[in-house]
Design a protein around this ligand. Structure first.
Ligand code: NFA
Length: 101
């Protein structure tokens, strides 16, 4: 043995946790026109016509529909943009966010 101790390891393992995800949920209402909902979904969530139609119809029939899942900031921003689009046009269109799990 040399009698010379090795220096203590100071390196720390970096653990990168996956960010929590948030659902954006579209709520049904009796006033916002179907076409308007579809246009908002296409514009804000980059959906195709048929994807947007499917989400709109699910909310219309069941009361609510999951639109998509994002990190918190993105989900909240997109929900707000959707609500603002409805407000600007005089409709009660409502998007909410909900943490997953
Ligand atoms: N229920 C609305 C109508 O019949 C359409 C709608 C669907 C509104 C989904 C909001 C969300 N005009």
């Amino acid at each position: 043995m040399s009698g010379i101790a090795a220096p203590p390891k100071t390196e720390k393992k970096t653990r990168t946790e996956r960010p929590r995800l948030y659902k954006v949920i579209l709520l049904n209402d009796d006033f916002t026109p179907r076409d308007f909902v579809v246009e908002v979904l296409k514009g804000i969530f980059r959906m195709t016509e048929s994807e947007a139609l499917g989400v709109m119809l699910t909310a219309h029939r069941r009361g609510a529909s999951v639109v998509a899942v994002f990190t918190r900031e993105v989900a909240e921003t997109k929900a707000q943009q959707g609500n603002d689009a409805g407000q600007s046009a005089g409709y009660p269109l409502t998007f909410t966010t909900e943490r997953e799990e």
